[in-house]
Design a protein around this ligand. Structure first.
Ligand code: FES
Ligand code: FES
Length: 205
């Protein structure tokens, strides 16, 4: 991608500001907020396998759904709860694009069975911002220009939030080590580490 492009034109779709792009990772949350309850309530998918009733809180909102026992947390979020901010990359636990927080701990949603989240509190990228105010790490990603295509970004940010809370931000090397499960095909690692450092400083860690 050409470096001659103006900053606003790099890495983001035409007509979309960088702040808007980062905020759009929360679009699923907005959509979920305006969808009729019938569309986000229990829509049991056709299944020929055993199913379970699941009660889970996602971004502060409680959901009760009946799911096939084989459903991953990632598919539950994206396909049942209309929260597409969490990305499906490898679907095999190798890329970190699907990182979310379950009871405050980061997990790969593609490797987590949704039924294991009974009664849990799940936080996705859509639940990070406080209204119009981005989470400090979302803001840091913008200020550090820490994404290009943006596909890995929700997972990077969720992992970074946990990395900061865990106190693994003592050095660039430590951040790299504790963020090593999150791959970026665009190679934004240097700026991602800078963004995590910036947010960690703001958090006082
Ligand atoms: Fe889950 Fe790649 S999609 S680790
Ligand atoms: Fe493109 Fe990370 S910004 S994969």
């Amino acid at each position: 991608m050409s470096d001659n492009l103006p900053d606003e034109d790099r890495h983001v779709p035409p007509g979309v500001s960088r702040r808007g792009f980062l905020a759009s990772t929360a679009a699923g949350g907005v959509v979920a907020g305006v969808l009729p309850p019938a569309l986000i309530a229990d829509q049991a998918m056709a299944s020929d396998g055993p199913s379970s009733a699941l009660s889970v809180t996602v971004n502060g909102r409680r959901h009760q759904v009946t799911i096939d026992n084989r459903t991953s947390l990632l598919d539950l979020l994206r396909e049942r709860l209309a929260l597409p901010g969490t990305k499906k990359g490898c679907d095999q636990g190798a890329c970190g694009a699907c990182t979310v927080l379950v009871d405050g701990r980061r997990v790969n949603a593609c490797l987590t069975l949704a039924v294991r989240c009974q009664g849990a509190e799940v936080t996705t990228i859509e639940g990070l911002a406080a209204g119009e105010e981005l989470h400090p790490l979302q803001q840091a990603f913008i200020e550090q220009d820490a994404f290009q295509c943006g596909y890995c970004t929700p997972g990077q940010i969720m992992s970074g939030v946990a990395c900061i809370r865990e106190g693994h931000t003592g050095s660039r090397e430590e951040i790299r080590e504790w963020m090593s499960g999150n791959l970026c095909r665009c190679g934004c690692y240097v700026k991602i580490v800078k963004a995590v450092q910036q947010a960690a400083r703001k958090a006082g860690s």
